[in-house]
Design a protein around this ligand. Structure first.
Ligand code: HEM
Length: 493
């Protein structure tokens, strides 16, 4: 009898031990209180956010790349290990409730779409973001970059100035043109109405993000912010619906003139045309869905690229050797055309390998989206932990990009590392600026092309000077340099 009880106890202990061994929970970051968790220590000020996140990330790195923080009683797992991050990204495609604020604005657009809509729409949209299709946008990238360069003339040779507003309006105009496909004579709809409304709407989202009491829907509904949101959404919706209707009419007339086919003479093909083709040939989207995709694309495109270029300009201004090398490369690739304002070709862009390395290195050190989040709708098994369903997984793109696998100089700005595959980490998930897995950034090739084209125009015209010794970062949903860095430009002789 004693032997049976002993064996039974051993079995129970062994099973319990195994279950415990197989299901360890990640360690909780120090400082959590009962009921409120870390709510009393999470900084509200976006300027202090970064230091706090840094200590959470260091704690996570020391604990196999995962740390738990608590938002009240809700568990949020901060993941800094590249492989574990990929496991989360490819096991769970749903977004946590914080994205619901943006859902009111963008609904079935890719960023906020629920899992089943996302799966089918992403499949349909992927071909529109292939290099070959995007090449048709190159002229718009060049034209818009030329406009940016002439607007910057007002600042050349003067004291330091705030370049951010120039970059924001440049990328809003570029994204709106390449997405909605307006001709240059319709430009004012974008520059005076659609662009500013898009920017203000995104700022409302960020503002709400920072005010926890406005996370409560019934309080938000009666707030001034919600009234502003509704007014801006109406402006954006009216403009995009009118543009969709107008483009449909143009395509109908085009077909009538071309015996049922669309004329192929036009090289430029904005996203709207691709969406209308899909609606026509595959019965894919309603007009409302097309509107939501267009508005999502413009918003997802402009702020990220503007912030990326702001960081790049600061880094170039403080690394004159890198700027000189870019200028030499422009000389080699563009030759006699360097001084001319000619539009760039796909061959020009392919040849600018050092410039590409500079962009990637800046994105590595300062990813505009320093973290992304997923709602864990299933238990997720990581290398050393299991994250329970019902919690939130936060993938820290910032920490992955500076993971020890980048070497002892992970925090240094060294574009050359991208020129030699042997000096890059062998793990393909070690660069996460465009997110990881199947729900990654659909616009990454577009972003690289837009950044490259804009930088060619800026660097051939101006010399950038930046005297910032310590880069101060504002960290909200996205991160950006604190406005008004000491950046100045001089026209090249
Ligand atoms: C340097 C510029 C850019 C960076 C750093 C960037 C980064 C990211 C990241 C980290 C995500 C994942 C977001 C999440 O899961 O919450 C994302 C998603 C997305 N990005 Fe970008 N992005 C950039 C430019 C663009 C551009 C130019 C476009 C459009 C032309 C774009 C369109 C999108 C869309 C639609 C998604 C959602 C994809 C999906 O859920 O299937 N992005 N981006």
């Amino acid at each position: 009898m004693f032997a049976i009880v002993l064996i039974f106890c051993c079995v129970v202990y062994f099973v319990a031990y195994r279950v415990k061994r197989r299901l360890p929970s990640p360690p909780v970051f120090p400082g959590a209180l009962p009921i409120i968790g870390h709510l009393n220590v999470i900084p509200r000020d976006p300027l202090n956010m970064w230091d706090w996140e840094k200590s959470v990330h260091e704690f996570s790195l020391k604990n196999d790349g995962v740390a738990e923080i608590r938002f009240g009683t809700h568990a949020i797992f901060i993941v800094t290990d590249p492989d574990d991050s990929l496991s989360i990204a490819n096991s769970c495609y749903s977004k946590p409730t914080i994205y619901d604020f943006a859902k009111e604005m963008y609904n079935r657009g890719l960023v906020t779409a629920g899992e089943s809509t996302w799966k089918s729409h992403r499949k349909l949209l992927n071909p529109s973001f292939r290099q070959q299709v995007l090449n048709s946008l190159l002229d718009v990238f060049s034209e818009q970059a030329q406009t940016l360069v002439s607007n910057l003339e007002a600042e050349a040779g003067k004291h330091s100035f705030d370049v951010e507003p120039y970059l924001i309006s440049h990328f809003i105009n570029t994204a709106s043109q390449t997405t909605l496909g307006l001709k240059t004579d319709d430009d004012s709809v974008i520059t005076k109405h659609y662009g500013p409304a898009t920017k203000d709407l995104f700022e409302i989202y960020l503002d709400r993000f920072l005010k926890p009491w406005l996370h409560i829907q019934c309080l938000y509904k009666i707030s001034n912010l919600k009234q502003k949101q509704d007014a801006l959404m109406k402006i954006i919706s009216d403009i995009s619906i009118a543009i969709i209707k107008q483009r449909k009419t143009e395509q109908k007339q085009d077909r009538e003139l071309n015996y049922g086919q669309l004329s192929t003479s036009e090289n430029f093909k904005p996203l709207l045309d691709n969406l209308l083709d899909l609606a026509d040939t595959k019965d894919a989207f309603t007009d409302d869905e097309i509107k939501e995709h267009l508005n999502t694309m413009v918003t997802a495109a402009y702020d990220t690229t503007a912030k990326a270029l702001y960081f790049i300009m600061i880094l170039l201004g403080s690394h004159q050797d890198v700027q000189t090398r870019i200028f030499q490369e422009l000389h080699e690739v563009l030759g006699a055309d360097l001084a001319k304002d000619r539009k760039l070709t796909k061959h020009d862009l392919q040849g600018l390998v050092y410039l590409e390395a500079v962009i990637k290195e800046s994105l590595r050190l300062y990813p505009p989206a320093p973290r992304i989040a997923r709602y864990l709708d299933v238990d997720v098994k990581l290398k050393n932990y299991i994250l329970p369903a019902g919690s939130t997984g936060v993938i820290s793109t910032h920490s992955i990009n500076r993971h020890p696998m980048w070497g002892a100089d992970a925090d240094n700005f060294k574009p050359e590392r991208w020129l030699d595959p042997a000096s890059l980490p062998s793990n393909p998930n070690a660069f996460a600026s465009f997110s990881l897995g199947r729900r990654n950034c659909i616009g990454k090739t577009y972003a690289m092309m837009a950044l490259k084209s804009t930088l060619v125009h800026i660097c051939r015209q101006y010399h950038i000077i930046c005297r910032t010794s310590h880069l101060q970062i504002r960290c909200q949903a996205l991160q950006s340099p604190v406005s008004g860095q000491h950046l100045s430009i001089e026209t090249r002789k």
